[in-house]
Design a protein around this ligand. Structure first.
Ligand code: HEC
Ligand code: HEC
Ligand code: HEC
Length: 358
């Protein structure tokens, strides 16, 4: 055996003995040595920089994205990282490494690096990966919000993360099954707006006046991970069947607001033609064959589209067309239709439905 091989064998044996003896402390209580913390932080920064190098960030100034990110930050991140409205809970300070107070840390990262961190999480720490891998759009919304975080005070944060009259108690870390209907509903209203009427911009879909069966099926699909959203999957998984049914009945009974005005009359007219007649040349059926405005629904498991935010409808059509939405067992009816529409036709149909009365 050469000298090198002998040395390697000895080093290997010593390592095995050290590990097997159990003397390496894994306790979180003592924190890291300065040197360990320095090496780990450097490794993290270098790794994130290298792995995110080819990720191109989209424009991040859409107010709907900022609001969407803020809504999820309150339920999915603040419980570890704190927020401008609340400090970190005591219990997370017992973690090693403990979650940093994020407003102070954002500026050290580029948008692409934040995207990578939020999408993939950080190994050997409590930092989780994004639950829905097909939803980069949601992760960019989170990044859009994180970029705003350092400049927000408590009131500014609350205005973004809470709809008026919403309940501040909402954390995905509390694993208790939600029983109390009204408290649960306030949780939903924080994002979906008072009585499910939306929050003015298309960050979150309107639920008021939606068909109850469709709502139940949508919640079940999220809970079973058959419809993919890192924001809704954890919320739906915390609801039992009874809560889903009660929430759906409640939102279905709410009076929807009037249709959402759009300035583009020509787009609405083109969309109305698609809704009424379909596009025979592209084998697209009339949307109204399944989606009925007002009056009696054809099938209560088919969603109402009228009065919904146009940008939300466009997003869902795009997700269907790219195989990234998932959905209930009826989603197979919708996916091929979305695939056959051009992006322009999707926008036209959405403009029409948004302007129609629910
Ligand atoms: C269960 C606790 C927990 C949750 C929930 C959590 N994180 Fe973290 N996060 C951590 C920990 C712990 C670290 C520190 C890891 C380290 O020091 O290497 C971290 C680190 C980060 C970092 C890097 C900060 C830095 O400067 O090193 C970002 C950015 C981040 N988290 C964003 C988020 C976002 C956004 C969410 C919500 C979608 C979230 N985290 C949810 C525990 C959590
Ligand atoms: C953190 C913000 C947030 C909270 C809290 C929240 N939602 Fe959502 N919800 C969303 C987002 C974002 C979407 C769109 C997800 C997607 O793209 O699939 C959504 C979608 C939905 C949908 C599907 C709507 C459709 O037209 O297909 C239903 C139903 C729903 N939510 C019900 C609820 C209920 C009930 C609650 C309370 C238990 C709730 N949500 C709480 C953000 C939230
Ligand atoms: C054969 C029936 C059928 C036809 C025709 C149809 N859809 Fe759908 N659509 C569905 C079903 C079913 C769903 C709900 C899928 C689910 O439960 O996940 C849906 C969902 C949608 C959604 C998502 C709604 C939400 O709240 O998330 C949009 C947007 C949509 N359809 C647009 C259209 C447009 C535009 C047309 C016409 C070009 C059309 N649909 C034609 C059956 C149909």
């Amino acid at each position: 055996m050469s000298r090198k091989a002998a040395l390697a064998a000895i080093a290997g044996t010593v390592l095995v003995i050290i590990v097997m003896s159990g003397i390496i402390p894994i306790n979180a209580s003592s924190g890291h040595w300065r040197l360990t913390a320095f090496v780990l932080d450097l490794t993290k920064r270098r790794s994130v920089d290298t792995h995110s190098f080819f990720i191109a960030a989209p424009p991040l100034d859409d107010p709907a994205w900022v609001m969407k990110g803020a809504g999820h930050y309150e339920s999915g991140c603040a419980s570890c990282h704190g927020s401008p409205a609340a400090p970190r809970p005591r219990v997370v300070m017992g973690m090693t490494p403990h979650p940093p107070f994020l407003p102070e840390r954002i500026r050290r990262w580029l948008p692409r690096e934040l995207f990578y961190l939020v999408k993939h999480g950080i190994k050997f720490t409590a930092m989780p990966a994004w639950p829905a891998h097909s939803r980069d759009d949601e992760i960019w919304a989170m990044v859009a919000f994180l970029r705003r975080l350092p400049e927000l005070d408590g009131a500014g944060y609350r205005a973004l993360a809470f709809s008026a009259r919403a309940n501040p108690v909402d954390s995905l870390l509390s694993d208790t099954r939600v029983e109390e209907d009204e408290a649960t509903r306030e949780r939903c209203d924080r994002c979906h707006g008072h009585d499910g009427k939306g929050r003015g911009v298309a960050a979150f879909p309107r639920l008021a006046g939606q068909n109850a069966d469709y709502i139940v099926r949508a919640l079940q699909a999220y809970a079973r991970q058959e419809r993919w959203s890192g924001m809704m999957m954890p919320v739906a998984a915390s609801l039992d069947d009874r809560a889903m049914r009660n929430l759906a009945t409640y939102y279905a009974s709410r009076q929807a607001d009037a249709g959402i005005e759009s300035v583009d009359g020509a787009a609405i007219a083109r969309g109305a033609a698609i809704a009424n007649n379909g596009i025979p040349a592209q084998d697209v059926p009339a949307c109204h064959a399944c989606h009925v405005d007002g009056g009696d629904a054809r099938n209560l498991a088919f969603p109402r589209l009228s009065g919904q935010f146009a940008e939300y409808l466009v997003l869902q059509l795009q997700l269907f067309a790219e195989g990234r939405r998932g959905g209930s067992s009826f989603a197979a009816l919708m996916q091929p239709i979305a695939e056959r529409l051009t992006p322009e036709q999707r926008r036209d149909a959405a403009a029409y439905f948004a302007s129609a009365r629910r």
